[in-house]
Ligand binder design. Structure first.
Ligand code: PLP
Length: 361
């Protein structure tokens, strides 16, 4: 009997049991090859099929038009903090960034290291990044507007994306990709580290609109140019084969077992509602994000004291609930309830929270 617990870690994060079982099932002999998928050549028919099917599933699930390229890169979402301005912010122009927390701050810093002109068009730093800014001072003729769709550490999320009047949006969607449906057409580029909603760490999904590729400067090193990966179908060099294969299985689960992104979104809303309702009625826990900016993926909260928070995390673990400690930079508690967290996991957490509050309140 497997010992599986509910895992609320922010990433790497829980994955569907069906996916883990499928990996186990075919691990020693992948589709009659007599080899594991981590042993076959990335130039083989087996891996070609994985790559093609994974990209096709992303396109279907996100309803991407033919003007979008789906790429799998390495270096994490953090690599995109520099690749985006290197490739898409031409000399003499500036880009708008909305600063909603640690990851956006890092994206801004990397662009600045490159000597690029960055305009912080809005920031929620004044209130410890507890909200999504509404007033944004766009620069006329900005090369792009960069946002972080979901702020993993602070537990805030854009409920609707800003209208940039035709200026391409760039979205760091590391922690909410495929969790809800949206119109991708205003986005020039979307990126996401895989290790939250997509699969294991090691691959970074990049979705780039064709017209953006005209901006890529010739002088960049091959490995840092989007065009290199577009031309070679993400196989200029050896791709992160295992991670991409696992992503394929997660996407298959999302399409065929869950029933698509709209269904997933309804389930995600249900899970988040359960948890926020428990927080709000307790008088013991307090949510740290402003109500209108709350994330459906990362629910951040505090207890009356740090001692109680430590005890909460410890007792939760004893009850089969792990990963509830807040990010080391902010403290408190955080429950990451990505796509793969089942509703029953959230119900178990809510039940535990109610008992803990009764005993310690
Ligand atoms: C929103 C967001 N952006 C970027 C990152 C950095 O991702 P990576 O570790 O893949 O570089 C994270 C990691 O948690 C994140 O949550």
């Amino acid at each position: 009997m497997n010992h599986r617990i509910y895992n609320f870690n922010a990433g790497p994060a829980t994955l569907p049991l069906l996916v883990l079982e499928a990996i186990r099932e075919e691990f020693l002999d992948y589709k009659g090859s007599g080899m594991s998928i981590i042993e076959v050549s990335h130039r083989s028919k087996w891996f070609d099929d994985v790559m093609e099917d994974t990209s096709a599933r992303i396109k279907r699930l996100m309803k991407l038009g033919n003007d979008f390229h789906v790429l799998f890169l390495q270096g994490g979402a953090s690599m995109q903090f520099c690749m985006v301005p290197m490739n898409l912010l031409p000399e003499g122009r500036s880009a708008d960034y909305v600063n909603t927390g640690t990851w956006a701050t890092k994206a801004i810093k990397e662009a600045q290291i490159l000597g690029k002109k960055v305009n912080v068009a809005a920031s929620s730093e004044d209130k410890n990044f507890s909200y999504i800014p509404r007033d944004i001072s766009y620069t006329p003729d900005a090369a792009y507007v960069h946002i972080t769709s979901n702020n993993t550490i602070k537990g805030t999320q854009w409920a609707a994306f800003p209208d940039t009047k035709g200026v391409p949006l760039i979205g760091d969607m590391s922690s909410d990709i495929l969790s809800r449906s949206f119109d991708p057409s205003p986005f020039g580029l979307i990126y996401a580290g895989a290790q939250k909603n997509l699969g294991p760490a090691g691959a970074t999904l990049v979705i780039v609109r064709d017209d953006m590729l005209k901006r890529v400067p010739k002088g960049l090193p091959s490995m840092l140019k989007y065009t290199t990966f577009v031309e070679k179908n993400s196989m200029y060099n050896t791709p992160p084969c295992f991670a991409i294969y696992a992503i394929q299985l997660v996407l298959k689960w999302l399409e065929e077992t869950v029933g698509g992104v709209e269904k997933m979104e309804t389930i995600n809303q249900e899970k988040a509602a359960l948890l926020y309702k428990a927080l709000d009625k307790s008088g013991f826990y307090s949510g740290t994000a402003e109500k209108g900016s709350r994330s459906l993926m990362n629910v951040t909260f505090r207890l009356p004291s740090e001692d109680l928070e430590k005890r909460f995390v410890q007792k939760a673990l004893e009850n089969g609930l792990t990963g509830l400690k807040g990010h080391r930079s902010v403290g408190g508690c955080r429950a990451s309830i990505y796509n793969s967290m089942p509703v029953n996991g959230v119900k178990a957490l809510v039940e535990f929270m109610e008992t803990f509050a009764r005993r310690n309140g």
